[in-house]
Ligand binder design. Structure first.
Ligand code: G3P
Ligand code: CA
Length: 253
């Protein structure tokens, strides 16, 4: 890894709460983050994208249908719309009243709890200028964090990571890969992005590939792992962390 200026978290058998504790709560809501904290998680993962007025929000999809009671593109929203959108009822009636959270809400939560976060920046579909706006909006929020909070910034978009690293070299970077998209050029891609971690899909991942990453000096965090047996196998191969949806793998399960 080529990022001596980045603060690189030292991870060991790390459990990332994927979108919060997302099998017991609607994903990426404050309920999911709090429940992860209550189950002993020290790291949460979340997805960040930018809405029309420049507010970074926590949402996985670019459309509202799957995780809210509204329809349409997230890119048409402004912060004023967020309180009127229910992001919990789809998951269960008792979660009615949950809302789409902003990155500002998450930063407040991290500062209050001391929990660390992997911020996955989505591949913004609105062009290069908008992507730079997204990077700067994320960085402006992260600048409010207590320095003790550890952050890893990841994305499937390699140009986005490269720009993020150039503008904000103090943050650790992780390149996201689907295993099927993991070509032999992964090392030059990781160097291009200034990464110190590889975040790779579990399906099809082999011991040889994990060893190749670790031998080159990269930390390896694997998504999404919902069984103890597989998590232990990956840790034995040298993985530093796994992303999980289920409470079973949490420290206080
Ligand atoms: O960051 C790991 C994982 O969250 C990436 O895939 O689709 O769940 O955001 P996805
Ligand atoms: Ca994600």
């Amino acid at each position: 890894p080529t990022t001596p200026s980045a603060h690189v978290p030292r991870l060991d058998h790390t459990i990332f709460a994927h979108r919060g504790l997302s099998t017991l709560n609607p994903e990426n809501t404050m309920e999911a983050f709090r429940d992860a904290r209550d189950h002993g998680a020290r790291w949460i993962e979340t997805d960040v994208d930018l809405i029309a007025d420049g507010t970074p929000i926590l949402i996985h999809d670019t459309q509202l249908e799957r995780t809210t009671d509204h329809t349409g593109s997230i890119y048409a929203l402004t912060a004023e719309d967020l309180p009127s959108i229910d992001a919990g009822k789809w998951f269960g009636r008792q979660f009615g009243g949950s809302h789409i959270q902003t990155l500002a809400d998450l930063v407040d939560f991290l500062n209050e709890t001391g929990i660390n976060a992997n911020i996955e920046i989505k591949q913004n579909e609105q062009g290069a200028a908008r992507t730079i706006q997204l990077i700067d909006a994320v960085a402006a929020e992260l600048a409010r964090l207590d320095p003790s909070i550890q952050i890893i910034v990841s994305s499937f978009s390699q140009p986005l990571l490269m720009h993020f690293h150039q503008r904000q070299p103090q943050y650790a970077i992780a390149v996201l890969y689907e295993t099927c998209a993991l070509y032999d050029d992964w090392l030059s891609v990781a160097e291009f992005c200034g990464a110190t971690y590889i975040h790779v899909e579990d399906r099809g991942l082999t011991r040889e590939k994990v060893h190749a990453f670790t031998a080159a000096g990269y930390g390896v965090n694997v998504y999404t792992v919902n069984s103890h047996a597989r998590a232990n196998q990956l840790f034995n191969w040298g993985a530093s962390g796994v992303f999980t949806d289920v409470a079973d793998l949490y420290p206080c399960a």
